[in-house]
Design a protein around this ligand. Structure first.
Ligand code: ADP
Length: 244
C-alpha cells in the first residue's frame, strides 16, 4: 500500500483498468415486444479508471450511481457496451464468456454484501470451492482452505456450516474464499452492508491487510469505510466526479 503511494503510478502497470467505458442497459429487453417501449439506462458514461497493485481503493456514490456496474466490469463479470476493460494485461471486451471466466478465476476474488456461501457445506469446503474449479487436488485444497481460515481468525470454525456462524464470521469465510486463489484483484461490493459497525470495521481492516501485491477495491456507501482506503473514486449518475 505504501509502495503504491511512494512509486509514481507511471512506473507501474495497472492491474485492472477501464478506458472510456460505457454500460447501457435496456429495461425489459428480455421481451422482444417491450424493447421499444422501455428506455435505455446509461449506468456508466465514459468512465476511465486505473488501479495499481498494492492499492486499497474505495468506490463511492449514491444508490444507482453505477458502483456495482463498475465493479462487475472490473471483475470481468460483465462487458461494457463501449470502451475497454483490461484485467491483468488482457482486454476482456472481445473475450468469449468461457475465456473471461478463466481470466476471472485466475486473477479476481469477489466478496458480496450477502456473503453467498453454500449453506450445506462447511466453512472449509466453501473456501476450497474455487480450487475445485482450478483442478487442484483434495489434500492441497484442504490445506489451503484451512490456512486461509486461520489467516482470517477462524481456525476454530473450519468445520462449521454457514448457518452456525455469525454474519461477521460468514463474511470472513467469504473473504478467505476470495483469497484462496491468491488473486491480483480483490473486489468487494458493500462488504459491510449486513454487519454492525464494529464487525464492519474488522472486515475492512482485514481487507486492508491483504493489499500486499494486489489491488483491493471496495464499493461502499459508508464514509467510515471509505476513510480507510488509499483513495476514493466517486461516481454520480454514471460518471466519475473526482480524479480518484
Ligand atoms: P449502484 O451500485 O451505485 O447502486 P448500479 O450500478 O446498480 O448502481 O446501477 C446503475 C444504474 O443502472 C441504475 O439506474 C440502475 O437502475 C441501472 N441498472 C443496473 N443494473 C441494471 C439492469 N440489469 N437492467 C437495467 N438497469 C440496470
Amino acid at each position: 500500500m505504501e509502495e503504491a503511494t511512494q512509486m509514481s503510478p507511471s512506473t507501474q502497470t495497472p492491474v485492472v483498468s477501464c478506458a472510456d467505458v460505457t454500460r447501457q442497459y435496456t429495461r425489459g429487453s428480455s421481451s422482444r415486444f417491450s424493447r421499444r417501449s422501455h428506455p435505455t439506462v446509461t449506468a456508466l458514461d465514459e468512465v476511465s479508471v486505473d488501479i495499481y497493485p498494492g492499492e486499497f481503493v474505495g468506490i463511492a456514490g449514491p444508490s444507482g450511481s453505477g458502483k456495482s456496474t463498475l465493479l462487475h466490469l472490473l471483475a470481468g463479470l460483465d462487458t461494457p457496451t463501449g470502451g475497454d476493460v483490461t484485467l491483468a494485461g488482457t482486454e476482456t471486451t472481445g473475450l468469449s464468456e468461457q475465456r473471461r471466466a478463466r481470466l476471472r478465476l485466475a486473477h479476481v476474488g469477489i466478496v458480496f454484501q450477502h456473503f453467498y456461501l453454500l449453506p450445506s457445506i462447511s466453512a472449509r469446503s466453501n473456501v476450497a470451492l474455487p480450487l475445485v474449479e482450478e483442478g487442484i487436488g483434495t489434500a492441497t485444497r484442504r490445506e489451503k482452505a484451512v490456512e486461509l481460515l486461520e489467516e482470517v481468525g477462524l481456525a476454530d470454525r473450519t468445520e462449521h456450516k454457514p448457518g452456525q456462524l455469525s454474519g461477521g464470521e460468514q463474511q470472513r469465510v467469504a473473504i478467505a474464499r476470495a483469497l484462496v486463489t491468491d488473486p491480483s484483484v480483490l473486489i468487494a461490493d458493500e462488504p459491510t452492508g449486513e454487519l454492525d459497525t464494529a464487525t464492519g470495521e474488522q472486515i475492512i481492516r482485514m481487507l486492508n491487510r491483504h493489499t500486499d501485491g494486489r489491488a483491493v477495491i471496495v464499493a461502499s456507501h459508508d464514509e467510515q469505510v471509505l476513510e480507510q482506503t488509499d483513495r476514493v473514486i466517486r461516481l454520480r449518475d454514471g460518471q466519475v466526479e473526482n480524479d480518484g
